[in-house]
Ligand binder design. Structure first.
Ligand SMILES: *[C@@H]1O[C@H](CO)[C@@H](O)[C@H](O)[C@H]1NC(C)=O
Ligand SMILES: *[C@@H]1O[C@H](CO)[C@@H](O)[C@H](O)[C@H]1NC(C)=O
Ligand SMILES: *[C@@H]1O[C@H](CO)[C@@H](O)[C@H](O)[C@H]1NC(C)=O
Ligand SMILES: *[C@@H]1O[C@H](CO)[C@@H](O)[C@H](O)[C@H]1NC(C)=O
Ligand SMILES: *[C@@H]1O[C@H](CO)[C@@H](O)[C@H](O)[C@H]1NC(C)=O
Ligand SMILES: *[C@@H]1O[C@H](CO)[C@@H](O)[C@H](O)[C@H]1NC(C)=O
Ligand SMILES: CC(=O)N[C@H]1CO[C@H](CO)[C@@H](O)[C@@H]1O
Length: 484
């Protein structure tokens, strides 16, 4: 989905872009106006057709559809520009007078391992040199309670990953990069390290104890499914008897199904996922003689009754708002019986979020339920979009950590809406740290070799598991543990 910022991995191009001077105001505006996907992929004949199906009411999602829909998620290509804005590539902050990446440097040996295309690298032998982050001043670590964990850096960690394709049975094909043949595995080895505090490691047993007897519920698009599977995997590592974890309706995880509830018997808790692309309701309405898909920005998704009573709710929505229908906004957004002939996407997005926030304020008892909203995750398509040859396969290193992450207009709308709510909602601010991780998308390894088209469609929106969503869940854990 998040086709937030696509950009070229090639440093020459990046440099060229750095040189370009575009004001950030223009960037912000263009965020909503970038033209979308002129789709001509052989796989998905037209975006129109694709989305028509995908946008049918939640209950009616059928198999083929959802396969498409989750690809189309990733399709919508949004804020390429913000990412490339020169404002985002600011000079290294306080790098101890060296030209090195701040706080991010590996010895040559490590570098070459990372560069190797097809290594089974000796992952235990990479050393990370950590540079002092404040011109050699004594670092004063904050308490985790006061620490902004989103400020930090990726460090290579030989204890990672927290699980593998062999120890987690819940990774579905779309995220199972290693099982699908990806050979470079360094993308699994990076740990996010906050600058200002020492964050305790994720402890699956402790997390399970925190959710004992509770419902942990993820609601959102396929990127949230990505995060939810990551959480299942992370928790599963603390489970002694695998048989004591099961899906309550015996469903196998696939892209097709819209909801799941996994029960961890020993902790009497469930970890659930409900798919909804917009949080608000997709529907149909008659316009003239035609019935057309519309988006009810004044009504909640039909599955919302099932979210009620959850103890921890993790929401997201972002990427589908860059789809051409949402962007053009022509005869698409509906309130009551009225269909807006034209409504701009940021207005619609804000109204939808306000519908969501009213629902939360009305239906969530903040004494019993903790609410999170995850910010938009970036995608990294180069040379096209999801359906026009966009790629990220060449990337097996993270981005140079000298650039400053951008923050999208959508995220700002989210913040604005959250700030006006009665119910406290914690923003899981994952946008910045994820932007470095061009190496961590499935690319062609989102499908098994035998299912791959030729040429393969690359997925530069979702994330390999184990991988980046593990860090988002670590944040969730830290909030539950320390930041009531
Ligand atoms: C960089 O160093 C300057 C001067 O030492 C200091 O004022 C500033 O806060 C530092 N910035 C960061 C991001 O550490
Ligand atoms: C990997 O590195 C470790 C520590 O340096 C060493 O003990 C081990 O033999 C190496 N393994 C391989 C396969 O090179
Ligand atoms: C994990 O990935 C490896 C490497 O591709 C593969 O050989 C193995 O079968 C996979 N394991 C599972 C359980 O899928
Ligand atoms: C994880 O948490 C459990 C339960 O709180 C505790 O017993 C265990 O020592 C912790 N493990 C680590 C490695 O800290
Ligand atoms: C990171 O970017 C800086 C500035 O653009 C450059 O000087 C440096 O060589 C880059 N580092 C790597 C490892 O590419
Ligand atoms: C989220 O993180 C970005 C940087 O990654 C930052 O610009 C933004 O202000 C943060 N938002 C909040 C609410 O902390
Ligand atoms: C856990 C859960 O709510 N599962 C529901 C998913 O949706 C089907 C119908 O589509 C229901 O039957 C399940 O109860």
């Amino acid at each position: 989905m998040e086709r937030q910022r696509s950009f070229s991995a090639k440093s020459t191009r990046v440099l060229a872009l750095i040189i370009t001077t575009v004001s950030s105001a223009i960037v912000f505006l263009s965020f909503f106006s970038i033209s979308l996907i002129k789709s001509n992929s052989s796989l998905y004949p037209t975006t129109e057709a694709n989305f028509q199906i995908a946008l049918s009411p939640a209950g009616a999602i059928s198999e083929t559809i959802s396969i498409r829909s989750s690809i189309s998620d990733s399709s919508v290509s949004p804020q390429a520009t913000p990412f490339l804005s020169p404002t985002q590539f600011s000079p290294p902050e306080n790098t101890s007078g060296s030209a090195k990446d701040p706080g991010f440097e590996q010895k040559t040996r490590g570098e070459s391992l990372v560069k190797e295309d097809k290594v089974i690298a000796n992952l235990t032998s990479v050393e990370v040199i950590q540079l002092p982050s404040n011109n050699g001043e004594e670092e004063k670590k904050k308490r985790i309670e006061e620490c902004d964990v989103t400020k930090g850096k990726w460090v290579y960690d030989s204890d990672f990953p927290l699980y593998t394709n062999a120890t987690c049975p819940f990774i579905d094909e779309g995220f199972g990069c290693q099982s699908n043949g990806r050979l470079d595995l360094n993308y699994m080895k990076w740990r996010w390290e906050p600058h200002d505090c020492d964050a305790p490691r994720f402890n699956a047993t402790k997390m399970l104890e925190m959710i004992r007897g509770k419902r942990l519920v993820f609601v959102g698009d396929s990127i949230n499914r990505n995060q939810w599977e990551s959480m299942l995997c992370m928790l599963f590592q603390a489970v002694k008897d695998p048989k004591r974890v099961y899906e309550t309706h015996n469903r196998r995880i696939t892209k097709e199904k819209g909801n799941y509830s996994f029960r961890f018997l020993d902790y009497k808790c469930t970890v659930e996922f409900y798919v909804t692309h917009f949080l608000v309701r997709e529907g149909k309405a008659r316009i003239g003689k035609k019935r057309r898909e519309t988006l009810r920005i004044d009504a909640m998704d039909r599955t919302s009754s099932r979210w009620k009573g959850a103890n921890i709710l993790v929401f997201n929505t972002a990427h589908w708002w860059s789809h051409y229908k949402t962007k053009s906004g022509i005869n698409y957004y509906q309130e009551g019986n009225d269909i807006h002939p034209k409504l701009d996407v940021s207005t619609a997005f804000k109204k939808a979020l306000q519908t969501w926030s009213s629902w939360v304020d009305k239906n969530v008892d903040s004494k019993k339920t903790r609410v999170f909203f995850r910010s938009a995750a970036p995608s990294h398509f180069s040379g096209g979009e999801w359906n026009s040859g966009g790629h990220c396969r060449e990337a097996n290193k993270l981005l140079n950590q000298t650039f400053k992450p951008s923050y999208s207009g959508k995220n700002m709308i989210v913040e604005e809406v959250l700030n006006q709510m009665k119910t406290p909602v914690t923003l899981l601010n994952v946008s910045g740290l994820s932007q470095y991780r061009i190496d961590a998308h499935p690319s062609i390894f989102g499908t098994k070799p035998e299912n791959r088209r030729s040429p393969p469609v690359q997925d530069c929106s979702h994330w390999c598991l184990p991988g980046v969503p593990d860090t988002w869940n670590h944040f969730l854990y830290l909030h539950l543990l320390h930041k009531r």
